[in-house]
Ligand binder design. Structure first.
Ligand code: JHZ
Length: 393
């Protein structure tokens, strides 16, 4: 790739590398620098972190921890079932804890998951899960053992894989002639509009525009036939692609590309301006949290997200500003956050009357969280977000 760097998010740890105190001194850090590829306009890291350092048998993120995402995948599955032939054969790449495949028939569903803890969990549930990274070799094995599939699905997984050419050509090889490749990932246009720079961390080596995806898919025999702009994870795009012969793109594809051109996703200055906004956010957030602490407020964070790893490490926010992070995920509790080492605790008994202010680490679930935390809000508790600008909400 012919990369032009535009943003430096500093030294960062593994975003989901929650750790114990006795592991602090051997923690891994890397330089998180972001670039645009001059040829395809793909937004991509300057250097990629080795996948094995992020996706292994201690992976902590569980997709099914929020009601929003459980509902999202249940509804999507219902609508896919109407589009696909009856009893479709499906393959999910990056099945995590099974939040999507649980809506499908065990007999006709195959999954691929490199985090062995989750591959074991879904195998135990009866879904045939290949424990490994999606590669040409694994695709060949799956093809030999199962034949072609009617749907390849991936949610928040394609943007995790450094080598997109290998990834997409392997998808093409396993699809039936009129099969669909459907995948969703955070949208670049949303990230730029909302200044949600925390979508960038080790696990997201790319943030996709439709413009860039078109180049990568087409050179691997796949054509985008539909784009859905969806609200999850702070604004994502669901891309529908098919083999060239079957593809009949609808108007959403051209509409999205036109919109992306209008907002400048194909020009360098858009990203230089974004980098300036990111810098401003760092100053504003640090200043607001410092002011709250100086006023004697108890400030915590809500949701130990990958996104907040970027925010806290880039903005220099540690336990001096945020006393602890509450999170419902058992695998994260009683550990410390990556890099800045803020304690992570269960919300039970900790998100209590003593808390004055909570930074929304999981700002993408603001609606769900505000509904759940009405008591906190009604007694005057305040949430802080940095998206799209630093403020109380
Ligand atoms: P959430 C992960 O990012 C990582 P993260 C990954 N790379 C990716 O692409 C995206 O997901 C999709 C907790 N929580 O989903 C649960 C509460 O404690 O924003 C989660 O730990 N209480 C695969 O980590 C976290 O917040 C609640 O009420 O940025 C949310 O993490 C709710 C709703 C959530 O993803």
């Amino acid at each position: 790739m012919n990369k032009r760097e535009f943003l430096d998010l500093g030294k960062q740890p593994i975003a989901n590398g929650f750790l114990y105190e006795n592991e602090f001194d051997k923690e891994f850090f890397y330089d998180l620098k972001v670039a645009i590829d001059r040829d395809t306009h793909l937004i991509t890291h300057v250097d990629y972190v080795k996948p094995e350092l992020m996706f292994n048998d201690t992976y902590a993120y569980r997709g099914s921890m929020s009601l929003t995402m459980r509902k999202h995948f249940a509804e999507l599955s219902e609508s896919l079932k109407k589009t696909l032939p009856s009893k479709p054969k499906i393959l999910e790449i990056g099945s995590n804890d099974g939040v999507f495949i649980k809506n499908w028939d065990k007999e006709t569903t195959i999954a691929v998951e490199p985090c062995s803890n989750f591959a074991k969990e879904t195998n135990d549930l009866g879904y045939k899960t290949y424990d490994g990274f999606w590669t040409t070799e694994l695709a060949e094995t799956i093809l030999e053992e199962n034949g072609k599939v009617d749907l390849v699905f991936a949610a928040n997984c394609m943007c995790h894989i450094p080598d997109l050419d290998q990834t997409f050509s392997a998808v093409e090889s396993i699809l039936t002639d009129d099969g669909f490749f459907v995948f969703e990932d955070p949208s670049l246009s949303k990230m730029i509009n909302e200044n949600s720079f925390d979508q960038i961390y080790d696990e997201h080596p790319h943030i996709f525009s439709v413009i860039a995806l078109k180049s990568f898919l087409e050179r691997n025999g796949l054509v985008i036939v539909r784009v859905d702009n969806i609200s999850v994870h702070g604004g994502s795009n669901r891309i529908w692609a098919q083999k060239e012969k079957a593809a009949k793109p609808d108007s959403s594809v051209e509409q999205n590309i036109t919109h992306e051109n209008i907002i400048g996703l194909n020009t360098f200055c858009t990203f230089d301006r974004f980098a300036e906004n990111v810098e401003d956010c760092k100053t504003d957030l640090h200043r607001l949290l410092t002011r709250c602490v100086d006023q004697g407020k108890k400030v915590v964070s809500y949701g130990a997200t990958s996104k907040s790893t970027t925010v806290f490490n880039y903005c220099g926010i540690g336990p001096d500003l945020i006393q602890y992070i509450t999170d419902t995920t058992p695998e994260k509790q009683n550990k410390f956050s990556p890099g800045v080492h803020i304690p992570i605790v269960s919300p039970e008994g900790n998100f209590d009357d003593s808390v004055d202010i909570a930074f929304l680490g999981a700002w993408n679930f603001a609606k769900e969280i505000k509904k759940k935390e009405e008591v906190f809000i009604n007694r005057g508790g305040k949430f802080i977000t940095h998206v799209p600008v630093v403020r109380f909400v």
